[in-house]
Design a protein around this ligand. Structure first.
Ligand SMILES: [Cu+2]
Length: 311
């Protein structure tokens, strides 16, 4: 298996070494619920009828709703580009604020336990979209972009940080999505299962089509998944080499030999959420860049990268 020696794309930041030890206790939410009017119908906003929060990301800001009601909520991320962006959802417990989080993230090492990383839509290519359906409890939240290309500076430091409030549920709750593919993440592997999935001889094949994927972090560490569709004839090594060069030189040498199609951003153990993926035939891989609790290296360096084929 090819193992990138350095993060080819940095969807998680080394300075945020998520620590598994702090996460179990952190799972209890605060219940600070502030009532604010939702903004249905706008290009970015929360639609209470469909429980959908539409977020536009661009260099370097988010357009997003200020208020969302609790329960299963689909975050629809539209990346207006030109760079890669994602939405990392973090719940702020113990009355902490965005300023507290920004101050804490200047320190190396694991985030404080009041900052609870809860997934969100991972990076789609510029000018495309991705989604994640997350079960939110009332409280104070912030969305961040931790992508750090170009310039090796995480986008949250350039303005991609935006607080939002989750209010008490109102009206009919959204149903939990039903998935046809289950993706279980653990230290340090991805296990895909479900009717469209075939695992044979160490190779995973998924039937082409629109799928709803259930992401389950089985722990013990936080994990993410980013899915990349390789350009025809290109390998995972081609993609990693390209991104490594782009990361080192801060510019892309032509179009990347693959498309980022999303997934789920960093989520603590025990997290279950859902994303949809339109998988067209081709070669793909999935990868986790979360810094390891023990050595700080991305989980991909520990083997948490999985190639698969869509037929
Ligand atoms: Cu970004």
């Amino acid at each position: 298996m090819y193992r990138p020696s350095h993060r080819p794309i940095a969807l998680a930041v080394a300075s945020i070494a998520l620590c598994a030890c702090s996460q179990k206790e952190a799972a209890k939410p605060d219940s600070a619920a502030v009532s604010q009017a939702a903004k249905p119908g706008s290009a970015s906003g929360f639609d209470p009828a469909t429980h959908t929060a539409t977020v536009h990301a661009r260099d370097f800001s988010f357009d997003a709703p200020d208020s969302i009601s609790a329960g299963w909520t689909t975050f629809h991320l539209v990346n207006d580009g030109p760079n890669l962006h994602h939405v990392q959802i973090v719940r702020l417990d113990s009355g902490k604020t965005v300023n507290d989080l920004e101050a804490a993230m200047k320190n190396p090492g694991p985030p404080p336990r009041w900052a609870v990383f809860l997934g969100g839509p991972n990076a789609p290519n510029p000018n495309s979209s991705s989604d994640a359906t997350v079960n939110l409890q009332p409280g104070s939240y912030v969305m961040l972009c931790l992508v750090d290309i170009p310039g090796k500076v995480p986008h949250f430091a350039k303005g991609m940080v935006r607080p939002f409030t989750v209010t008490a549920a109102s009206g009919a709750p959204a149903a939990e999505p039903s998935a046809d593919v289950t993706l279980s993440l653990s230290d340090y592997k991805f296990d895909a299962s479900g009717a469209p999935v075939t695992n044979a001889d160490g190779k995973t094949t998924i039937a082409a089509g629109n799928h709803t994927v259930k992401f389950v972090n089985s722990g013990p560490q936080p994990h993410e998944v980013e899915i990349v569709r390789l350009a025809p004839g290109k390998t995972m090594k081609d993609f990693a080499d390209f991104m490594q060069k782009a990361y080192a030189s801060d510019k892309m040498d032509g179009p990347p030999p693959g498309d980022a199609i999303g997934g789920i951003a960093a989520a603590i153990p025990g997290t279950t959420e859902y994303f949809t993926a339109n998988l067209t035939p081709g070669n793909y891989f999935m990868i986790c860049f979360i810094p390891d609790a023990k050595d700080g290296k991305p989980h991909s360096d520990h083997g948490m990268v999985k190639e698969f084929t869509v037929k």
